[in-house]
Design a binder for this molecule. Structure first.
Ligand SMILES: [Zn+2]
Length: 257
């Protein structure tokens, strides 16, 4: 189901010891922690694309202290009600949402993110899921129709690729206007624009807003600032986390409609 990311290749990848190789001889490393790095040299514009190690660690500590638990709960409730034998999280970060749900439900879980630091953290914490470093903005390295559910939790949105690799549902979470309001003030409502992004190939079947207000310890506050790349701001005492959850069903025929 994993396919070669090289342009015009896209043949199946097979694991051979510590490599993933395609029939044309393109070859990718399997890291010690178990993830596969499918980034190609020309894609590595910066040394560390995506989230930094410091932001990944801060976010993991916040997850571990339960700050984001209500968000996971709301997402797991939606996913749990769907047929979910094989799930992709595009922009999986440190794997908190996908790994947490896979541990409870036992579905076949695949996560992809552009940040090596984040995917390494995911692979160490949730070794039974499959983790890939790749640029999902360009190409999702999976065969057509691979996944019963595709998720994008505050991640990038590649509608045509989500449609190509998905065959059931798409769950998109975007920041709601109140998200991090103590840090950035009221934000935009992204629902309308997100629905338009997925108008071709998907149909909206459910929407829900989940909001939680977390009282922060000094350590939590520092981690929130690190995780949101605001190292110099005054630490907040509480923070609102709010997501708009949009559930779509794939519609129409053909993967590239
Ligand atoms: Zn290839």
């Amino acid at each position: 189901m994993l396919v070669c990311p090289v342009r015009d290749c896209h043949l199946p990848l097979t694991r051979v010891e510590r490599r993933a190789v395609c029939p044309r001889g393109h070859s990718f490393d399997v890291a010690r922690s178990g993830y596969i790095n499918l980034m190609q040299p020309q894609e590595r514009r910066s040394k560390q694309p995506g989230d930094t190690t410091a932001a990944v660690k801060a976010r993991r500590r916040l997850h571990d202290r339960g700050v984001t638990e209500p968000l996971l709960h709301a997402i797991a409730e939606i996913v749990g009600a769907l047929p979910s034998d094989i799930v992709l999280d595009a922009g999986c970060g440190d794997g908190f949402y996908l790994g947490g749900m896979a541990g409870q439900t036992g579905f076949d879980a695949h996560g992809v993110d552009i940040s090596t630091a984040a995917v390494d953290a995911a692979a160490r914490r949730y070794p039974r899921c499959e983790w890939i470093v790749a640029n999902a903005d360009r190409f999702l390295p999976y065969a057509d129709g691979s996944f019963s559910i595709v998720m994008s939790i505050t991640g990038r949105m590649n509608a045509s690729e989500f449609r190509r690799v998905g065959r059931g549902h798409l769950l998109v979470a975007v920041s709601a206007p109140d998200d991090l309001r103590e840090l950035r003030g009221a934000g935009r409502d992204r629902v309308q624009r997100t629905v338009e992004t997925f108008a071709n190939g998907f149909e909206l079947v459910e929407r829900e807003r989940v909001t939680t207000v977390a009282e922060l310890s000094a350590e939590d506050a520092r981690d929130i600032l690190t995780a949101t790349y605001r190292p110099r701001e005054a630490p907040p005492q509480r923070v609102t986390l709010a997501l708009d959850l949009l559930l779509f069903r794939v519609s129409g025929s053909g993967y590239r409609s």
